[in-house]
Design a protein around this ligand. Structure first.
Ligand SMILES: [Zn+2]
Length: 132
């Protein structure tokens, strides 16, 4: 997918990518909430930003590398629940539905993700559980 700086960010917030998740991806800004981090990671999966995905993955659960599925595109994100994960918290949960397509097939993933702040105070993804 082409990255357009002017379009609304793929993360679902109504802001252009350049003002939304791009500064996180470039390391110019740090997401202050677990939800913002989660949204930026969704976009990073679509844009195949492996370094960003690994950097924002907690070291207890971080894989060696990220496996992508050929032809798979992440198309839309809806956040439908959150617990803690605010600026002042040290852990948080975000529930979301992430829509994807593989070729002509479409599907979605309903997940509750768990996030923790690392020792430097940056939000990181720990793990997730699938929901029905
Ligand atoms: Zn965004």
């Amino acid at each position: 997918m082409l990255i357009s700086n002017d379009q609304n960010c793929l993360c679902g917030l109504e802001e252009p990518y350049r003002d939304c998740c791009q500064p996180f991806h470039r390391g110019e800004k740090i997401p202050l909430t677990a939800e913002k981090l989660m949204r930026s990671r969704f976009v990073a999966y679509e844009y195949r930003l492996t370094d960003y995905l690994l950097k924002t993955w907690h070291n207890e659960t971080r894989p060696e590398t990220i496996e992508y599925t050929d032809n798979m595109h992440w198309t839309q994100l809806s956040v439908n629940g959150r617990k803690k994960g605010r600026k002042k918290d040290s852990e948080g949960w975000v529930t979301f539905v992430a829509h994807y397509s593989i070729g002509k097939q479409a599907g979605f993933l309903h997940e509750k993700s768990y996030f923790k702040k690392n020792s430097e105070g940056y939000w990181q993804y720990v793990d997730g559980e699938f929901k029905n």
